[in-house]
Ligand binder design. Structure first.
Ligand SMILES: NC(=O)c1ccc[n+]([C@@H]2O[C@H](COP(=O)([O-])OP(=O)(O)OC[C@H]3O[C@@H](n4cnc5c(N)ncnc54)[C@H](O)[C@@H]3O)[C@@H](O)[C@H]2O)c1
Ligand SMILES: [Zn+2]
Ligand SMILES: [Zn+2]
Length: 362
């Protein structure tokens, strides 16, 4: 039987989100239905609502979630009803070119549930990042369910499902931050501050946080920034150089999604350093106008980072364990907990810079 539950949808570009009834089908082969316990509000949800990702309205928003498996379809072996899981948007296929050469974290053929969740009139919904977890229950591919230690609180564990994992992975996996590295993070929202926490965990000794908002920079200090720069009143490239003996940082992470910030990250880097782009650009943005000789002359690498290049089955349980041991303060990302009816206001608080993460509790 399909279940009728409450969920939050974006009906059209820019219009306020709505809490409506949705139908969640009984899981088919390879699918699982999950009772959502917590789901964080990520900037990517707002990008969907603003039409910045694609035009497949109506969207069922929410994609940073933890919950309990309610039921499973045929041929599901990785989870069973009652399991505590974090939902991931990279269910790896095991068969594509990347999986076959031993890099499932870059899988080119990730998958989602085959059946569609719908409005009660049958209109199909496009779930954000194939998840759609601003809902009491959601339908996903079983491979999108990652088992983690159930001692972790859902509000905290769910954050690993997107932004916090993307940030930690941008530092530790894509950027390959090492003991003694210098790191500069541009944009200190949930993703950027997670990149800072990841840099600290990896042993970086200089961590420069750049933002336009002093509240974000205050949080950045708590997560491990050794220097903070407000780019409203200080030129950030010179400030990163000043914090690194005039050299620039080994790893510069762009966590805003803006060409000018990418340009700053590019020039704030030491020779042979790495620029990581984790902020999501809108389709109209173009690469900054950088002379090719500057690209060539500095060496190093520019790397986009999807989901922090994580492998959920490896990285979610590991990071939950580090959190439970007191080595990764994931709880500090949860600025507030809210109900399903408060997401529109949470978007506004995000835009005003008042929160790192608002987390919906169900
Ligand atoms: N690559 C991925 O897998 C992935 C995953 C999750 C989120 N994201 C993206 O990461 C970005 C950040 O997400 P978030 O949830 O942390 O958003 P957020 O809104 O919480 O944070 C963005 C931060 O950037 C700061 N900022 C804005 N303009 C700036 C500028 N010119 N210079 C310096 N700082 C500036 C803001 O003050 C804010 O603190 C978004 O683009 C989001 O879509 C990417
Ligand atoms: Zn694959
Ligand atoms: Zn997200």
């Amino acid at each position: 039987m399909p279940q009728t539950v409450k969920g939050v949808i974006a009906r059209g570009k820019g219009s306020p989100v709505e809490l409506v009834e949705i139908n969640v089908p009984k899981p088919g082969p390879g699918e699982a239905r999950v009772r959502v316990q917590a789901c964080g509000v990520c900037h990517t949800d707002l990008h969907y609502r603003e039409g910045g990702i694609n035009d497949d309205f109506p969207f069922l928003l929410g994609h940073e979630a933890a919950g309990v498996v309610e039921s499973i379809g045929d041929n599901v072996t990785n989870v069973k009803p009652g399991d505590f899981v974090v939902l991931n948007w990279r269910a790896v296929c095991g068969n594509c070119r990347s999986c076959l050469r031993g890099k499932p974290q870059l899988c080119f053929s990730t998958f989602n549930a085959t059946q569609k969740m719908t409005l009660t009139d049958g209109t199909p919904l496009a779930p954000a990042l194939g998840i759609g977890a601003f809902a009491e229950m959601t339908l996903v591919a079983a491979g999108q369910c990652t088992l983690v230690n159930p001692l972790a609180s859902p509000a905290v564990a769910g954050l690993l499902g997107c932004g916090v994992m993307a940030g930690i992975g941008a530092s530790m996996l894509t950027g390959e931050v090492q003991r003694g590295s210098s790191v500069a993070v541009f944009g200190c929202g949930g993703v950027g501050n997670a990149a800072i926490a990841g840099a600290r965990l990896a042993g970086a000794t200089t961590i420069v946080a750049v933002d336009l908002d002093d509240r974000k920079l205050e949080w950045a200090r708590q997560f491990g920034a050794t220097h903070t720069v407000n780019a409203r009143n200080t030129e950030p490239v010179a400030a990163v150089q000043a914090a690194t003996n005039g050299l620039g940082a080994d790893v510069c992470i762009e966590a805003v999604g803006h060409p000018e910030v990418l340009r700053q990250a590019f020039y704030a880097r030491d020779l042979a350093g790495t620029v990581v782009q984790v902020g999501v650009p809108t389709p109209d943005m173009v690469m900054p106008n950088i002379p090719m000789i500057d690209f060539f002359g500095r060496g190093g690498a520019m790397k986009p980072s999807w989901y922090g290049d994580c492998l959920p089955s490896r990285d979610f349980p590991l990071l939950v364990d580090l959190h439970l041991q007191g080595r990764l303060p994931l709880e500090d990302f949860v600025t507030e907990t809210i109900g399903l009816s408060e997401i529109e206001q949470a978007f506004h608080r995000m835009e005003r810079g008042e929160v790192l993460r608002s987390v919906v509790l169900l």
